[in-house]
Design a protein around this ligand. Structure first.
Ligand code: NAP
Length: 308
């Protein structure tokens, strides 16, 4: 049995990501104990029923004895959740899992008291589900976890960041370090823009449903269905992502609009060669994702069948 990376961690926000961390950390022996707080009393009670850790009535109480505190709340709530850092002990690591990094650094960095090391993070793993029941211990296996440590904070800080990296590796992730700005730009195109497109295509299909008389749903397996899985993601989380990564998303959206205009022109002009070349290039991108082990060729992309 290997030693735990942290004797005790505290998780603030025990939803999909927080509860997956709790489950994985215990299963992999990465922690000795887990303290939990969630502002949602139903989620907190459910975490207790599921045996995910020791539940506390306040965030301050949950973090007091923790060697590492994970803020697992929506990006727009990070500042409020981070106020509990005032009760943390010196030498402990404060981190988060938010899908945007620049805004979280701006909201949380100043809340870490002297001796508490704030190391922002983002596990690139998730599903469209929410809440403590949705988590599972293998969520982070074979996935990336991006850390965006603050610059020039000294040797103790660097050691704390390395300990956090070791924690994520223990959960099965591969850790990559980058700046918050770089993270926000890369995620704008790989995650945020695809979600925006999925939300938008669902809105368009909904508007057209009266014209197609229910046939959008009936024939959804033709392609539309895969967008609906992404568009079923948590509305609070995604509202906060777009409000807090505005500049990078607008940059990616601008480029997307230019490319869409070019596609529209090719269709209008009957320019089959342009369409064929672009679709051929896209196949290459798909193959490179498969080669990198980031998806599977299994039926339905290896994902669960939609229920109901
Ligand atoms: P979730 O399942 O909705 O869980 C978040 C929990 O935090 C909810 O129970 C929420 O309560 C609670 N909460 C909200 N404000 C709080 C506060 N101030 N103090 C304590 N608890 C609070 O969300 P999630 O999907 O795990 O996402 C959590 C974070 O992970 C987000 O920042 C998201 O960007 C990031 N992330 C998500 C994914 C993904 O695929 N879902 C992947 C990677 C990273 P209420 O429900 O009452 O608001």
């Amino acid at each position: 049995m290997t030693n735990p990376v942290f004797e005790r961690i505290a998780i603030i926000g025990i939803g999909l990501i927080g509860s997956s961390i709790a489950r994985a950390a215990v299963e992999k022996g990465a922690v000795g104990a887990v303290s939990i707080f969630d502002a949602n009393t139903d989620a907190l009670a459910r975490a207790g029923e599921l045996g995910l850790g020791e539940t506390h009535a306040s965030a301050a109480e949950a973090v007091t004895d923790a060697d590492a505190v994970f803020l697992c709340v929506p990006v727009g709530a990070m500042g409020r959740a981070g106020e509990a850092a005032a009760a943390m002990k010196a030498g402990a690591v404060l981190t988060d899992v938010g899908s945007v990094k620049g805004a979280v650094v701006a909201d949380v960095a100043a809340l870490a008291p002297e001796g508490v090391h704030f190391v922002p993070g983002h596990p690139i793993a998730g599903t469209e589900k929410s809440g403590p029941d949705a988590g599972f211990p293998s969520l982070f296996e074979g996935r990336w976890c991006i850390l965006t440590p603050l610059a020039d904070k000294g040797a103790e800080y660097d050691a704390a960041a390395e300990r956090l990296a070791e924690f994520w590796r223990r959960l099965g992730s591969t850790v990559e370090v980058m700046t918050p700005e770089r993270h926000d730009l890369v995620l704008a195109i790989t995650s945020h823009l695809p979600h925006l497109i999925a939300y938008n295509i669902c809105a368009t299909a909904h508007d057209m449903e009266s014209v197609t008389e229910g046939e959008v749903v009936k024939f959804s397996a033709a392609g539309f269905r895969d967008f609906t899985r992404i568009a079923a993601s948590d509305p609070t989380m995604w509202r906060d992502v777009f409000l807090n990564n505005r500049d990078a998303v607008l940059e990616a959206l601008g480029r997307f609009e230019d490319d869409l205009t070019a596609l529209r022109k090719a269709i209008r002009n009957g320019d089959g060669q342009t369409l064929f070349d672009l679709f051929t290039h896209s196949r290459g991108i798909r193959q490179s994702i498969l080669d990198a082990g980031q998806d599977t060729t299994a039926p339905n992309f290896g994902r669960d069948k939609p229920k109901g």
